[in-house]
Design a protein around this ligand. Structure first.
Ligand code: SF4
Ligand code: SF4
Ligand code: SF4
Length: 285
């Protein structure tokens, strides 16, 4: 355990919650934090998501980089097997364990139906059977105003200079405040040791030694492939869609980037934009 973890546990005097089972009172505090953020943020309703300057959540004048992604749900719908290919590219590289049951599931990239992805918007599309039948690729939104970062007591989760919401696994004490604060369910907790196995079947099929495995009691999520992006490469899931245009990734603050051009040209929506989190993932539906 590193010093930051020890320090937090000592000062807070709540070492009992550091592993499993954050008390409901503290969860409530975190929920209040999210509520406060939604009241204060107010970056606009769904219909604001695609329009004009500051469209990416009505942010003030952009400074530095802010990476984001556009996901074309129709292209995924029309390309059988594309979603699975992307998920496999992500989960195999990042050593995402498969514990073999939904309850303990670790997800970096997955699919959800419309009603779960965009709750509250069902009525807008009541008569559109195709949209309702589609599955949507979901991942961490790398929010510009991320409540998970504010909730983290150890700075194990933080936003980097490129607008990517990162995880430092070594600083994570497993309190799960970030999970309570994230309104998208984008974070997963390792209830079991991902390096372990059941009945001789390892939870990680084939370990990729280029990326660290995690341990029990640690939270994880999509990293927007930050290390690849730093090297000028596309995220692995985006690369897996090459030639289809189903995913476009780039700097939202660069008006000439492909992602900015797509956002200018196409109508897109974000997940739960009224919460004020300012998601950096947009959907063409
Ligand atoms: S989607 Fe959730 S985990 Fe990702 S940055 Fe937003 S609040 Fe944090
Ligand atoms: S990343 Fe989440 S679980 Fe880990 S210390 Fe921060 S709030 Fe707690
Ligand atoms: S951006 Fe990278 S880490 Fe995130 S879902 Fe895609 S492949 Fe996985």
């Amino acid at each position: 355990m590193d010093s930051s973890r020890r320090k937090f546990l000592k000062i807070a005097g709540i070492s009992a919650v550091a592993g499993i089972g954050a008390p409901s009172a503290l969860n409530m505090l975190m929920k209040n934090e999210v509520r406060a953020s939604s009241e204060g943020g107010g970056h606009g309703a769904q219909t604001d998501a695609h329009g004009g300057e500051g469209a990416h959540g009505a942010a003030p004048a952009p400074a530095g980089k802010r990476y984001g992604m556009v996901i074309d749900a129709v292209k995924f719908h029309d390309n059988n097997g594309l979603a699975e290919k992307c998920i496999e590219a992500c989960h195999s590289y990042f050593n995402v364990p498969d514990f073999g049951n939904k309850k303990d599931e670790i997800k970096w990239l997955w699919q959800m139906p419309f009603a779960n992805t965009f709750p509250g918007d069902e009525s807008h599309y009541k008569k559109d059977d195709r949209t309702h039948s589609m599955q949507f690729m979901v991942l961490c939104n790398h929010c510009d105003n991320p409540p998970c970062v504010r909730a983290c007591p150890t700075k194990a989760t933080f936003k980097n200079a490129d607008g990517i919401v990162m995880m430092d696994f070594h600083r994570c004490i497993g309190c799960r405040f970030c999970m309570a604060a994230c309104p998208y369910g984008a974070r997963s907790f390792n209830w079991r040791d991902p390096r372990g196995s059941k009945d001789g079947v390892p939870f990680i099929k084939k370990i990729n030694h280029e990326f660290p495995t995690r341990m029990r009691g640690v939270v994880e999520k999509c990293s927007f492939c930050d290390l690849r992006v730093k090297r000028g490469l596309q995220p692995l899931c985006v690369e897996a869609t090459a030639g289809t245009g189903a995913m476009v990734f780039g700097d939202l603050n660069d008006p000439n980037s492909e992602v900015s051009q797509v956002l200018r040209a196409r109508f897109t929506i974000q997940r739960k934009p009224s919460l004020g989190t300012m998601p950096s993932v947009f959907y063409i539906i």
